[in-house]
Design a protein around this ligand. Structure first.
Ligand SMILES: Cc1cc2nc3c(=O)[nH]c(=O)nc-3n(C[C@H](O)[C@H](O)[C@H](O)COP(=O)(O)O)c2cc1C
Length: 200
């Protein structure tokens, strides 16, 4: 390790994208946080957009937001700012990702800069992969680095046992690969920013 490398555990914000009533998202989230809990090098903060909703009306440029907006943002924005890396948990809605997730993305900007994002997706036959590919385009605009490896649950509702575990062992192998790759990028980018501020 070089003398410039930072050694604190990485802070990973897990952004739960669906806020639908009766959603499947908590099953996937519990599975992922189980994996994160096994890692000494990562600390997880689950930012659930159903628990901390954000307004959907943006203020006019240069104008203050509507009453209540800052209070709602205060429950989300500092946690995104504090994160070294993100994992987005996204379902697929009409070959894309949910409006609730786009809304959370759009309320923020520098919170995403020069940070890696991994994706865990779920849906029908496509396993949410079309949502992920669209998110890659969006997050590039926000100076984030989306990592290659993903975990995708195809026909997700049939993949989990009653206890929340996944029967296919390849899925847990894929989760480890995703977390390893996210960790590498998060260290690389955090170390780089400790030497030189990111130039957006
Ligand atoms: C509005 C809507 C659109 C959907 N479109 C797709 C789709 O294009 N492809 C797909 O595989 N599944 C689609 N689905 C199925 C969802 O991926 C699936 O119901 C998933 O559980 C939704 O996540 P949630 O339950 O956490 O909200 C759609 C579901 C909804 C509610």
């Amino acid at each position: 390790m070089t003398s410039t490398a930072t050694t604190q555990p990485l802070r990973v914000a897990v952004l739960v994208g669906s806020n639908r009533e009766g959603r499947f998202a908590p099953v996937v989230t519990r599975w992922l946080t189980g994996h994160l809990a096994q890692r000494d090098d990562l600390t997880a903060d689950v930012v659930d957009l159903a628990e901390t909703p954000l307004p959907t009306v943006f203020p006019a440029f240069g104008q203050p937001p509507a009453p209540g907006t800052e209070e709602m943002l205060a429950l989300v924005s500092p946690r995104l700012a504090a994160a070294d890396a993100f994992i987005f948990i996204t379902p697929e809605y009409n070959h894309s990702f949910p409006a609730s997730l786009k809304n959370a993305v759009d309320w923020h900007n520098e919170q995403w800069h020069a940070k890696p994002i991994g994706f865990v997706s779920y849906g029908g036959l496509s396993g949410g992969l079309r949502a992920v590919e669209q998110l890659r385009v969006v997050m590039a605009e926000l100076n984030a680095t989306t990592i290659r490896n993903t975990v995708s649950f195809h026909n997700a509702w049939g993949q989990f046992g009653e206890d929340g575990t996944v029967e296919d062992p390849q899925v847990d192998t894929a989760a480890k690969a995703l977390l390893d790759q996210l960790t590498w990028w998060a260290h690389a980018l955090r170390d780089a920013k400790s030497i030189r501020p990111y130039a957006a």
